[in-house]
Design a binder for this molecule. Structure first.
Ligand SMILES: C[S@@+](CC[C@H](N)C(=O)[O-])C[C@H]1O[C@@H](n2cnc3c(N)ncnc32)[C@H](O)[C@@H]1O
Length: 280
């Protein structure tokens, strides 16, 4: 029997993913194929009549089926782009989201490299924020902390691969760290238990303690704000990512903790980040 061509397989896989509810089925198929066959996406078009060997068909089928079961594409591929970094991700660590790149951009736009700062990224996960900041501001001293050993394993490996030196720390929020930090950054879990039913099926594959944080989603942000006076330098500042409907609640938490707070919208125009500094 003749071997299937690349284009036969791309078409079949696209239909399979579309039938399993994947919105960008063609694009995701192309990513899986390009990554697995070590081709560019353009190669997929110029080599559309290339026969594909049985062993490769089996590898591709296994990956497409994983995606069809709604495992996140980044887990299937094993990596996620974040800014100019390519981060290793997999079960046990949250896939960094594009909104979080905006948190990094905000910090870099606001704080030049003129003054070396001490920075902590609380709930660092894959190390996305900590590594991006340290890479762009090599004179800053950056610590990434997480309660999950598995996540820290990814962060450490990502740091080694990118040759970016961040201090990694295992612990509950900022416990065990004394600071003082000039900048506290955090993208902590912020989905409320009451929102669980509306979540995409992909979220079931990611660590639940990287996503959910009590009934209203604010348990961890609340606890971190309570601990800020202990770890934040007198003129220190804080940037927290939060859910699109939590801007008012996070500002209220910050204000009752003795901070001034300003909400920043993401590129979609939704409340997404809180910028905090001490009330003079
Ligand atoms: C939403 S994920 C964000 C990961 C990463 N900062 C990013 O933006 O991709 C939240 C992270 O907080 C960590 N986390 C959850 N509870 C924590 C706690 N009590 N103390 C420290 N980290 C915690 C999770 O393990 C997870 O890595």
């Amino acid at each position: 029997m003749s071997l299937p061509t690349l284009m036969d397989l791309v078409r079949r896989s696209t239909d399979y993913l579309a039938n399993h509810g994947i919105a960008n089925a063609r694009r995701e198929t192309e990513w899986i194929f390009a990554e697995t066959l070590k081709l560019t996406r353009m190669d997929l078009y110029t080599r559309f009549d290339m026969p594909v060997e049985d062993a490769e068909v089996a590898r591709l089928r296994a990956l497409v089926q994983r995606r069809g079961r709604r495992e996140p594409l980044a887990y299937v591929l094993g990596t996620q782009a974040f800014g100019d970094l390519t981060l290793a991700v997999g079960p046990g660590v949250l896939v960094p989201r594009p909104e979080t790149e905006e948190l990094v951009e905000f910090v870099l736009a606001r704080f030049s490299d003129a003054t070396p700062l001490r920075v902590v990224d609380v709930g660092t996960g894959s190390g996305a924020i900590a590594l991006s900041i340290k890479r762009a501001r090599p004179t800053w001293e950056v610590t990434g902390t997480d309660a999950s050993e598995l996540a820290l394993g990814f962060a450490r490996a990502n740091g080694e691969r990118a040759a970016v030196a961040v201090h990694w720390h295992l612990g509950d929020l900022a416990a065990g760290l004394s600071g003082p930090f000039d900048l506290v950054l955090a993208n902590l879990p912020y989905i409320g238990e009451n929102e669980r039913a509306e979540c995409d099926p992909e979220l079931a594959f990611e660590p639940q303690n990287a996503l959910f944080s009590g009934a209203d989603g604010l348990d961890l942000i609340r606890r971190l704000i309570d601990d800020l006076p202990r770890v934040l330098a007198p003129l220190g500042q804080v940037v927290l990512e939060h859910g699109w409907h939590q801007g008012t609640a996070v500002r209220a938490l910050a204000e009752s903790g003795g901070f001034q707070a300003h909400t920043i919208q993401d590129l979609a125009g939704k409340d997404r980040f809180a910028h905090l500094w001490r009330t003079p």
